[in-house]
Design a protein around this ligand. Structure first.
Ligand code: PEP
Ligand code: MG
Length: 321
């Protein structure tokens, strides 16, 4: 099976009827960039910077972070790397912080909220990213953005840090995760300000359906492959295309072959996923005729408007075709 899949490494990600996709990796440590060569992925769509902090049990200093980011950029050898600023808290807690335990940590003082309220840590990280990317392109993405004002405040911190440095990246693009539902209702403002948007289905699903992402009893109840969620994603992809804002999906769903195929069918062309998912996703895409799938999907969405999962009939269709 692994040998069969390996043929896809050097092939572009494309469907049978010729739709090309960009498949990128979700990683969190510099050594994981080896996966680029192993999978043929086209860059890093989500670099989770908090993983290094969790591994070290503290946020490394500016110089150490800058050296680490530079190593990542060098290993990517010109491919795009989207660095997400620290997304600590909730399920990603540094030692000692658990003392602040609150009842709803996922909705608590976490991630960018900490970054904006205690800007010293975020500013240091932004400086380290700018230093590490000097002479290269830099892509920065903010997590848990709930308002356009938060995005703007974070970007202002980045600009303030950039203004202080002589050696800068050649180009800087600034984007946001879309994982807090409120941001969906600020799209015109967001599209006017963000260079790209990456949909985090892990958190967005949890907040959209009020269903904790770590509770196994809830795991099968709500599905990305359901009429309301597909409606939402299709609309987002179209709105981003219209405004020429990059759009991708980087939650776990992007790495499930069937989900990736459905995302491709509704107009999403960039997906970021774990290294083990790239070849299986490429293999299913290569076998799929989106033109044949779209009317089937349209009918299933119409019939499934009450919001239930469309996974079983879609799986059956995929098997048959
Ligand atoms: C997400 O929420 O979908 C996401 C990609 O981020 P994380 O899983 O790191 O919260
Ligand atoms: Mg998230």
């Amino acid at each position: 099976r692994a040998a069969e899949l390996s043929v896809y490494r050097d092939r572009p990600a494309a469907t049978l009827d010729g739709t090309r996709l960009t498949l990128m990796l979700n990683v969190g440590l510099a050594f994981e960039l080896d996966q680029l060569a192993r999978t043929g992925a086209q860059g890093i769509g989500l670099y989770r910077t908090e993983i290094a902090a969790l591994a070290a049990a503290r946020v490394p200093g500016v110089a150490a972070q800058a050296a680490d980011y530079r190593r990542v950029i060098e290993r990517a050898a010109g491919q795009r790397v989207v660095f997400r600023t620290l997304d600590l808290g909730a399920d990603k807690m540094l030692p000692g912080e658990a003392d602040d335990a609150v009842e709803n940590p996922a909705m608590g003082w976490r991630s960018l909220r900490v970054g904006l309220d205690r800007p010293a840590i975020l500013r240091k990280q932004l400086r380290a990213l700018l230093m590490g990317a000097a002479g290269h392109r830099l892509s920065i993405m903010f997590p848990m953005v709930a308002t356009v004002a938060e995005f703007r405040a974070a970007r202002d911190l980045l600009e303030a840090e950039a203004a202080k440095l002589a050696d800068k990246p050649t180009e800087i693009e600034v984007g946001t995760m879309l994982e807090v539902p409120a941001l969906l209702f600020q799209l015109p403002g967001l599209l006017a300000e963000a260079d790209f948007i990456s949909l985090g289905t892990n958190d967005l699903m949890q907040f959209l359906f009020a269903a904790d992402r770590g509770t196994p009893k809830l795991a099968g109840r709500y599905d990305v492959l359901s009429a309301p969620v597909l409606e939402l994603i299709e609309g987002l992809a179209a709105a981003c295309a219209e405004e020429e804002v990059g759009f991708s999906i980087c939650g776990e769903a992007a790495g499930r072959p069937l989900d990736a195929l459905v995302f491709a069918a509704i107009g999403v062309n960039t997906l970021s996923m774990s290294g083990t998912a790239i070849l299986p996703v490429k293999a299913l895409l290569a076998a799929a005729d989106l033109g044949a799938m779209r009317p089937v999907l349209r009918e299933l969405r119409r019939a499934g408007a009450a919001g239930g999962s469309l996974r079983d009939p879609l799986t059956a269709w995929a098997r048959e075709h």
